[in-house]
Write a protein that binds this ligand. Structure first.
Ligand SMILES: [Zn+2]
Length: 295
């Protein structure tokens, strides 16, 4: 099925540089909608994108914050390579961070916003480094969309449908041409990285799950574990429900491991992430993109 062109040679993904992009986001502070860090991220990404002279579709929408019930402005960025190409891939990650550390073991911390080094900055760090790669190594046959999505993490804990609001709004207004496949990247910075097969992904796009984990095995990227994990309601789930386009998520929910969790706590900081983990995922995603381009 994979053919003898596989795996292709593909450009180098620089995990160190990606880690600098993670730090750059965290330097802005928490980036929850309505915060200063949120506004500053928009400025930072605008500036970052400018020299690449790309097709950028900036999607601004006002939604109701499910916790506070107040209106809040979201900004999604769709960055398009080969923007007219009908056959195209989508890679997406959320850039917003959660406004409450409601899983923090210290009660007094639970009203504070998280820094989101892993849950937010890690996926975006990979998208930013992919922009460098795609700029220097133009795709030939396919187009590619990078979606920097906002408003993933404002939900009411335990109410899945109140999450991924930015993706929900964006998916309804996705400018044509639409992608044939979407790959989500979330919480991939964990120092102790283990990416199991996320369960919704397996049902939504089994053939792509097979492709991706087979590719990881061939490239000996040991952080990918070929076993079925739990279902995680994330942007990839909402995107699939809205569009029916096959969509997979790369996520390590056990942050840092089975017995401890920094997820939605004030411990979601750069010190608990690593450039090696970003490089492992970035390398896989880069190999996947350039393999799709030759078919
Ligand atoms: Zn989160």
């Amino acid at each position: 099925m994979l053919g003898n062109l596989f795996p292709q040679s593909f450009p180098y993904f620089d995990g160190e540089r990606a880690f600098q992009y993670l730090l750059k986001q965290c330097d802005l502070g928490p980036r929850n909608p309505g915060s200063k860090g949120h506004a500053d991220f928009i400025k930072m990404l605008d500036q970052f994108l400018l020299p690449f002279n790309l097709t950028v579709f900036k999607h601004e929408v006002t939604v109701t914050n499910p916790i506070t019930q107040k209106p809040v402005d979201l900004t999604n960025f769709l960055v398009r390579f080969n923007h007219k190409r009908e056959k195209r891939l989508l890679i997406l990650a959320h850039w917003d961070t959660r406004d409450v550390a409601d899983r923090d073991p210290v009660l007094a911390n639970q009203d504070n916003p998280i820094l989101g080094a892993n849950d937010g900055a890690s996926g975006i760090a990979i998208l930013m480094e992919l922009i460098n790669i795609l700029h220097n190594n133009p795709l030939i046959n396919i187009g590619l969309d990078l979606l920097f999505v906002d408003g993933e993490d404002m939900g009411v804990s335990g109410v899945a449908e109140s999450f991924a609001l930015g993706t929900k709004e964006f998916a309804r207004e996705y400018p044509s041409p639409l992608p044939y496949f979407g790959l989500g990247i979330d919480m991939v910075g964990d120092k102790n990285l283990e990416i199991e097969i996320e369960r919704f992904s397996y049902y939504q796009a089994p053939q792509y799950v097979d492709k991706i984990w087979t590719l990881a095995k061939k490239l000996q990227i040991h952080q990918f574990k070929h076993r079925l994990g739990r279902s995680i309601y994330d942007d990839h789930r909402v995107f699939y429900l809205e569009t029916k386009i096959p969509t997979v998520n790369l996520i390590d929910f056990k942050y840092p491991d089975h017995n401890h969790s920094y997820w939605h706590t004030l411990n979601d900081i750069p010190e608990n992430c690593s450039s090696e983990s970003l490089e492992a995922v970035g390398r896989l995603v880069t190999a996947f993109i350039y393999n799709e381009d030759v078919k």
